[in-house]
Design a protein around this ligand. Structure first.
Ligand SMILES: Nc1nc2c(ncn2[C@@H]2O[C@H](COP(=O)(O)OP(=O)(O)OP(=O)(O)O)[C@@H](O)[C@H]2O)c(=O)[nH]1
Length: 298
C-alpha cells in the first residue's frame, strides 16, 4: 500500500499543504475557546467524519491505479475532508472575521469536493462497465475472491470442482483441460518471472477466445481448465481448435524482446451427473495425455 501511495504523492502533498496551512492560520489568528464553550458532540461528529473521509481517500489511493478517475475521487474526498476538518477545528477556536478561509473551507470546499467526487464516481461507473465487459470470462470468480489464483486472477482448482457441481444442470457441459508444452524448459531458459508473465498473458489470450458463458480456471502450474456449458461435442472441438490456434499464433515477447511461440495439448470430457468432479477432472487429464496432436473427446 505504501508503494502505491508513493505514486500519488503530488495529490497527497496538495491536500496536506492546504490542511497544514489552514491549521497554522487557525492557530495564529484564533483564540482558544474555554472548555465549557466547546460543543463535544460537534467535535466527535465532525472530527469523526473528517477522519473517515481521510481513510476513504487513503484506501482509494492505495488500491487504484494512476489516472483521471483516481484523481477525481481523491481530490473530491480531499476537499470534503478539508471542509470537515475545518468544521471540527473551529469548535476549539474563536476565529476573527479576517479568517477568510474558515467560511471558504466550510461552505465552498464541501460542495466543490462533492462535485468532484460525483464526477469521479460517474467515470468510475463507466470504467467498471468496461472492465466487466473485458473480464466476462472471470465474472463468477470475481464474486468469490478466496477462490482466486493470485498470479492469473482466474479461479483455482478448488473453485473448478465447486463449479462443476454448480453448472452440472447446464447440459451438455464439457470440461476441457489445456496444458502448455515445454513450460519447464521455458522456465529454465527464461526464468521463473518470465514464466509467470507467460502464464498471465496466456490467460488473457484464452479469455479473449472464450464465450461469455465459459469459465476458465488455472488447474495447476501450466495447466488450465475450462467449463463450457450448453456445448455439444462438435462445438467443443471447434472451440478447442480455436484456442490451440490462438496460442500457437500468440507471439509472447521474452525479456530480451524475442518472440516465443507456444503450443497446447487439449483433453475434453462430458460432465455427466453420474461422475463426481474428481472423476471428471481425472478423465479430462487422461484425455489430455492422449492428445497427440489433436484434441480428444472421452
Ligand atoms: N513460472 C512459473 N512456473 C510454474 C508455476 N507453477 C508451476 N510452474 C512450473 O511449471 C512447470 C510444469 O512442469 P511440467 O508439467 O513438466 O511442464 P512441461 O515442461 O510443459 O511438460 P508437459 O506438461 O509434460 O508438456 C514446472 O517447472 C513448475 O516449476 C508458476 O506459478 N510460475
Amino acid at each position: 500500500m505504501l508503494d502505491t501511495l508513493a505514486h500519488h504523492r503530488r495529490k497527497l502533498a496538495l491536500i496536506f499543504t492546504l490542511l497544514w496551512g489552514a491549521l497554522m492560520a487557525n492557530l495564529w489568528l484564533g483564540e482558544a475557546k474555554p472548555w465549557h464553550d466547546i460543543d463535544w458532540l460537534d467535535v466527535v461528529g465532525e472530527g469523526g467524519s473528517a477522519i473517515a473521509l481521510a481513510v476513504w481517500m487513503l484506501l482509494i489511493l492505495g488500491s487504484r491505479p494512476l489516472g483521471r478517475v483516481t484523481d477525481l475521487l481523491t481530490l473530491g474526498l480531499g476537499f470534503m475532508f478539508l471542509a470537515m476538518w475545518q468544521d471540527a477545528v473551529d469548535e476549539f477556536l474563536y476565529l476573527p472575521a479576517e479568517a477568510f478561509w474558515n467560511p471558504l473551507l466550510e461552505s465552498v470546499a464541501m460542495p466543490f469536493g462533492i462535485g468532484l467526487l460525483t464526477y469521479g464516481l460517474f467515470h468510475w461507473h463507466r470504467e467498471q462497465l468496461a472492465i466487466n465487459r473485458q473480464l466476462r470470462g472471470r465474472e463468477q470468480v470475481f464474486r468469490e475472491h478466496r477462490w482466486l489464483d493470485p498470479l492469473t486472477h482466474i479461479g483455482r482448482a478448488d473453485y473448478l470442482k465447486q463449479q462443476i457441481i454448480t453448472l452440472s444442470e447446464q447440459q451438455p457441459l464439457v470440461l476441457m483441460m489445456l496444458d502448455l508444452n515445454g513450460f519447464a524448459p521455458f522456465n529454465r531458459r527464461f526464468g521463473h518471472r518470465c514464466g509467470d508473465r507467460l502464464l498471465r498473458e496466456v490467460t488473457e489470450v484464452l479469455l479473449l477466445n472464450l464465450r461469455h458463458t465459459d469459465l476458465l480456471c488455472r488447474y495447476a502450474g501450466d495447466r488450465f481448465a475450462i467449463l463450457l456449458p450448453f456445448t455439444e461435442q462438435l462445438e467443443a472441438r471447434r472451440i478447442g481448435e480455436e484456442l490451440r490456434q490462438a496460442i500457437a499464433h500468440f507471439a509472447f515477447k521474452t525479456d530480451d524482446g524475442h518472440s516465443h511461440f507456444q503450443s497446447l495439448r487439449i483433453g475434453m470430457v462430458y460432465c455427466h451427473h453420474e461422475r463426481s468432479a474428481e472423476q471428471l477432472i481425472t478423465a479430462a487429464n487422461q484425455a489430455l495425455q492422449l492428445d497427440q496432436p489433436r484434441a480428444k473427446v472421452a
